[in-house]
Design a protein around this ligand. Structure first.
Ligand code: SF4
Ligand code: SF4
Length: 405
């Protein structure tokens, strides 16, 4: 009998579920509290779920490297003991595999104890910063409505003092999209070597009080980035990065686009042909298709009743993954940049095509602009690579000849 294929998956674990110590206006995860009303008193991932998750995830990973990604809500609200237990269990169950833990945090709770713990256990920290204080504090606020920037900065300085490896995640919305160079320079000044930009897109029903009054043909929240502005944001930063920082600073969107130009997997689900079996694990063991789809219809099951492997290989999970390409619009199929975009995230495909069908990505104008503006540079870097040079040599070419491209 033919052995069933085991499709690889990534899991983003949320040990506090949607519980967070900040109250960022744009956080789509806070509304998930409604899914779990019992959470008011019992929101922490219990130890039996933790152990079961770690055991199954290590067994499920086909390679010798196992990456645990902890996210939220705010994962540090679990306390050091929880993560010490996670490290202990994963070491105990590793079976010779190499384990790495990463935590995505808002940074507010980080102190010397945490930083010591991260360093000692080689934990990679992702910290969320939306740019300089006035931009960051627009939406990233505490539960009492005060800006969180100073607390985040103190957390970042602490992990830097302890030489903890970190990257910065910047949400790009209406608050910072018109300030690309200011944002980028700030992240550089903070010492970021790995940067991730995440576009803020949220559809709302018509007449919702949070709707953006400047975008009239589509109903999106006021913090949603205008589509073309997002493309311009990325392009302005790209133009600076390629002349000054390529090879020293890694920007995920630029790397993934270059990978696509070389016929390699982009490494990011949003620009991959299919959705990436990028599952989200809630504190009680419920497993969902994706962080963007933590909703009843997209729950795969609970890992205490069924294994991650079985849930990930279920017909429901496979068809969700394939839908991304199967439902690609004609507009995208005819697009010259389909290979680098694949219509983006299905969650954002709510703009209408010529027939009034909602299947065009809201960000399409921005994506197209970015791919088009960066195409000559991508081609040149690809040629360098094919000729046996590092793509970062383009920096020297551009500095010696400003007319080069
Ligand atoms: S739905 Fe969007 S975020 Fe989720 S796996 Fe697919 S592309 Fe990624
Ligand atoms: S740029 Fe627009 S048309 Fe082209 S693949 Fe992306 S979403 Fe589709």
């Amino acid at each position: 009998m033919k052995k069933a294929t085991n499709i690889a998956c990534h899991v983003m674990a949320k040990p506090t579920g949607s519980i967070c110590n900040l109250d960022c206006h744009y956080c789509f995860y806070l509304e998930k509290e409604a899914l779990y009303p019992e959470r008011v008193s019992a929101w922490k991932m219990p130890e039996d779920v933790l152990r079961e998750y770690i055991r199954q995830y290590i067994e499920n990973q086909p390679s010798n490297y196992v990456d645990f990604l902890w996210q939220g809500g705010e994962p540090l609200m679990m306390g050091i003991e929880f993560f010490a237990k996670a490290v202990e269990i994963s070491t105990e169950l590793a079976k010779g595999k190499i384990i790495r833990h990463s935590i995505q945090t808002n940074g507010v709770l980080i102190n010397d104890n945490w930083a010591n713990f991260f360093k000692k256990n080689n934990i990679l920290i992702g910290i969320s910063i939306d740019g300089p204080q006035k931009l960051h504090d627009t939406y990233r606020v505490t539960r009492s409505g005060k800006g969180s920037y100073q607390k985040v900065l103190a957390g970042l300085e602490t992990i830097k003092k302890h030489h903890v490896e970190f990257n910065i995640l910047t949400v790009v919305g209406s608050h910072n999209v018109d300030h690309p160079i200011e944002v980028y320079q700030h992240l550089k000044a903070l010492g970021a070597k790995h940067i991730q930009f995440i576009p803020l897109v949220e559809e709302v029903y018509p007449n919702n009080k949070e709707a953006n009054p400047h975008i009239t043909n589509l109903h999106v929240t006021k913090w949603t980035t205008p589509a073309l502005a997002y493309g311009k944001f990325l392009t302005k930063i790209f133009n600076k990065w390629i002349r000054e920082d390529i090879g020293d600073i890694f920007v995920q969107t630029f790397d993934s686009t270059f990978a696509s130009w070389n016929g390699l997997p982009s490494g990011v689900c949003v620009t991959s042909r299919t959705c990436g079996h990028a599952l989200a694990l809630e504190a009680n063991g419920d497993l969902y298709q994706c962080d963007h789809y933590v909703e009843k219809a997209h729950k795969l099951g609970n890992i205490k009743e069924e294994t991650i492997s079985k849930l990930n290989n279920s017909a429901q999970a496979i068809s969700f993954g394939k839908n991304k390409y199967d439902h690609l619009s004609q507009h995208c199929k005819q697009c010259q940049y389909q290979f680098a975009c694949f219509g983006g995230c299905p969650k954002h495909r709510f703009a209408t095509d010529d027939n009034g069908i909602k299947n065009i990505n809201y960000l399409c104008d921005g994506y197209f602009y970015f791919f088009d503006q960066t195409a000559p540079y991508m081609k040149a870097m690809k040629d360098l690579l094919l000729a046996g040079y590092s793509p970062s040599c383009i920096k020297t070419i551009l500095s010696s000849n400003s007319q080069a491209l």
